[in-house]
Design a protein around this ligand. Structure first.
Ligand code: GLC
Length: 409
């Protein structure tokens, strides 16, 4: 597949998955790409950010519309939901098969990795549209403030998630213990999540209270790497505006906390912190590598991560890297997971993050290999949700939106 064929394939998916209309519940116009027509027929937060980045290569107006739609769902307090049900009738039984924390029937009350400022920056760079940037900035400022004020109760610069799907890596084995998973399957995960939500019921919508209750409280490395990455983009977008300093300080604080609290020198990896007590969860997953996206990560840490984990053929450097869990983990599942996702296969969004990160950190060859192998996965199996890291077999949803990120790799 050459560039043109890739673009054609991507365009077809992004157009087929495009939804436009006026929402009957708030009267707002929407125009965005669903992750997949069958499995995920609504708007998802970080998917939308990835779609917008891919769209900068195909259709600038649609790239703006994607993010404008997402930002139009921001609440007055700054919060932006992780799923927005613009058209509930697209799959009315979705809520009976998935567990979604809600305070409104039209959107979730949970977050997803805060990549949005970077997506806005990319769309602004591609279009030069000042009005778009001016529209976006106050919404972004409120959103990142909301995160700091509601998700960092110990004020250490690390924000916490209240359930695994907020980190976008739903069933990752790193959450098994905190969730008290009794059965290693998607059903087991749903049952555990149900218990978490039952406990949240009396405090629904009050995230500070939920975090204080310490039921599921994770300072997640992937989320915080993306938080700092997003904050840095916000600072660049703000330029000379007075808020720039506030967010620049916050980004520095997050990076410092990742290094001082989550880095494990002996393991050579970053670990999430569970609970108010901040117990390190010593399970290496794709998250453990994510601080590589921060350009000023101390050099010895970068080298250690790459030498010990990224390039280890027993761990992450498989024929089609980078798997979501290293092959050395006994819970690694490379093949069809039956909904028990993020436990082995390789995903294009994390490959997008890490190929760019490795390139910026000076590892051109590794970056090139990840790009070439991602391309091969798509060539062999189409734009799928994720791929078997040994065979490139396509798995999960078909015609999956964010796999079009290949255009940006
Ligand atoms: C799955 C993924 C999540 C993604 C969503 C929609 O839940 O784990 O990261 O946002 O699907 O594609």
């Amino acid at each position: 597949m050459d560039r043109q064929q890739l673009e054609e394939g991507a365009r077809k998916i992004l157009l087929t998955n495009l939804r436009k209309g006026v929402a009957d519940w708030n009267g707002k116009d929407f125009s965005f790409v669903v992750p997949s027509l069958r499995g995920y027929p609504f708007q998802w937060f970080w998917d939308s950010c990835f779609h917008a980045i891919a769209l900068t290569h195909l259709d600038l107006e649609q790239a703006k519309a994607e993010l404008t739609t997402l930002m139009s769902a921001a609440l007055p307090n700054g919060f932006i939901p992780h799923i927005i049900f613009w058209e509930m009738d697209k799959q009315p039984d979705f809520l009976s098969r998935n567990i979604v924390g809600m305070t409104s029937p039209n959107y979730s009350s949970t977050m997803q990795p805060p990549i949005i400022a970077y997506a806005v920056e990319r769309v602004y760079q591609a279009t030069g549209d000042e009005a778009f940037k001016e529209m976006a900035l106050p919404i972004l400022v409120r959103f990142y403030r909301w995160l700091r004020e509601n998700r960092d109760p110990d004020n250490d610069g690390l924000i916490a998630v209240i359930q695994p799907e907020e980190a976008g890596t739903d069933c990752s084995p790193k959450y098994d213990e905190a969730l008290g998973l009794e059965e290693l399957s998607n059903q087991g995960f749903i049952a555990a999540l149900n218990k978490v939500y039952a406990a949240y019921d009396p405090m629904r919508g009050d995230d500070r209270r939920i975090l204080a209750a310490d039921i599921f409280h994770f300072e997640d490395v992937l989320v915080n790497s993306i938080y700092a990455f997003g904050l840095r983009a916000l600072v660049r977008l703000l330029g000379d505006a007075p808020e720039a300093q506030e967010f620049s300080r916050e980004a520095d604080k997050t990076l410092q906390a990742l290094v001082s609290k989550c880095w494990d020198e002996e393991a050579g990896a970053f670990f999430d912190l569970a609970g108010v007590a901040e117990n390190p969860v010593k399970v290496v997953t794709i998250s453990s590598l994510m601080p590589l996206i921060l350009d000023d990560l101390p050099r010895p840490i970068v080298e250690r991560l790459v030498d010990r984990w990224v390039t280890s053929t027993e761990d992450f450097w498989l024929p089609y890297p980078i798997p979501s869990v290293p092959a050395s983990n006994p819970k690694f599942i490379p093949g069809p997971p039956r909904g028990f996702i993020w436990r082995g296969p390789s995903w294009i969004n994390t490959n997008w993050f890490l190929s760019h990160a490795l390139r910026r950190q000076g590892y051109e060859e590794l970056a090139d290999t990840i790009v070439a192998k991602s391309h091969e996965c798509i060539e062999k199996s189409g734009f799928r949700e994720y791929y078997n890291p040994y065979t490139a077999e396509g798995l999960g949803a078909s015609d999956f939106g964010w796999s079009t990120l290949i255009l940006d790799m």
